[in-house]
Design a protein. Sequence first.
Length: 141
Amino acid sequence: MARSTHPVGHRPAASLTPVYKRILVGTDGSPTAQIAVDRAAEVARTLDAELTVLTAMRATTGEALVAKERERLAPTGVDVTTKVVEQDAASALIEEVEQGGYDLLVVGNKGMTGVGRFFLGSVPNKVSHHVPCSLLIVRTT
């Protein structure tokens, strides 16, 4: 009997189908959020997945922000969809993940350090308890 050369439960990469087909990333336009957006675009490009960039702010400000992100990501070749929602960021991300059928949510870690994270909680902290999909928290600080 031939022995498998692959670890238990693992198959060669060529036989795997992409795990993530729809990716959502949240941004507030900050330099640290751009790092998370860039990582989401990298994952989307690698897996040939759809990418949606979402911001939670007033429509006029938000539309300009997501348009800038779409333009900034154009050289990556990733097809980017954008959304602007006027509500708090954590709720907006959770609702969009639930309604949009996303496989992966990407957020930055900013706000997850220090004593403050134990009180009101940051966006990454809040969404980690409620999203029904995988969550990638990108180290941005």
